[in-house]
Every structure is written in structure tokens, then in C-alpha cells.
Ligand binder design. Structure first.
Ligand SMILES: [Zn+2]
Length: 127
């Protein structure tokens, strides 16, 4: 229902793609011997029942340094020099087009001059 399974295929660098409707572990006893009913789960180990939920398709709101909401496909500009490890620096003013939003503390997956970067949204602004 509204899951975009096809989207999983093109994710770069093995980003985690949650399988759809896998059986959850029991929230009461943490075992995963779980029975599936039409609208709820039942733990066959301890009998705990709990409602089904849509897989948490992350309705994330990612905001740039100015508080503007970023969306997939947006273009962004880096607002400060970012150290990349070693002596490399991603310069303020670097631009990326067609960003992707991903889970994690670096919310933006993008390419700058052909190199893939994961950036924190607080260090960019919408271009
Ligand atoms: Zn249980």
C-alpha cells in the first residue's frame, strides 16, 4: 500500500532498504515467532497481540540551514567548508543537484563534481 519497492533498486552504495512487511519481533518478549492476522500480530510465544502498522516509511522533514524544507531532487549549496577527513575540504559554495534524502544523521545524499557525498542538512541551503 503505497510502498515504492522499485525505488529500492536504484539506491547507491547499499543503503539499507527495509523489506516490506517483514514480521516484527514481539514487543513484549522480543522473540520473532509471530503470527500474522489481518489487522494485528500475535506472538505465539507469549500471546501478546499488537496492531499492525504501516512500515515506517520515513516521513522525514529535512530542513536546511535556513529552515527550508528540502525534498528529493532539490539543488543545494554547501554553506561552510566541510572537512572530509584527511586534508580534503568540501568548499563552501559547492553545489549539488538532484539530492536524495536518506536516513541517518547525514540526511543528504548527493554528488558534487562527480563525487558522492553524504551531507548534513544543517550545512547546506536550498539553491
Ligand atoms: Zn511475545
Amino acid at each position: 500500500m503505497g510502498h515504492q519497492a522499485a525505488d529500492c533498486v536504484s539506491r547507491p552504495r547499499g543503503l539499507r532498504c527495509l523489506p516490506i512487511m517483514t514480521k516484527p519481533a514481539c514487543p513484549a518478549c522480543t522473540l520473532d515467532d509471530v503470527l500474522e492476522h489481518s489487522d494485528h500480530w500475535e506472538c505465539s510465544t507469549c500471546g501478546h497481540e499488537w496492531p499492525k502498522e504501516e512500515a515506517p516509511e520515513v516521513a522525514r522533514v529535512v530542513k536546511d540551514a535556513n529552515g527550508n524544507v528540502l525534498a528529493e531532487g532539490d539543488s543545494i549549496t554547501v554553506i561552510k567548508d566541510l572537512k572530509l577527513g584527511g586534508s580534503q575540504v568540501l568548499k563552501a559554495g559547492s553545489k549539488a543537484k538532484n539530492i536524495r534524502l536518506v536516513a541517518g544523521d547525514h540526511e543528504i545524499d548527493c554528488k558534487i563534481d562527480g563525487t558522492a557525498f553524504m551531507l548534513k542538512a544543517c550545512f547546506v541551503k536550498k539553491a
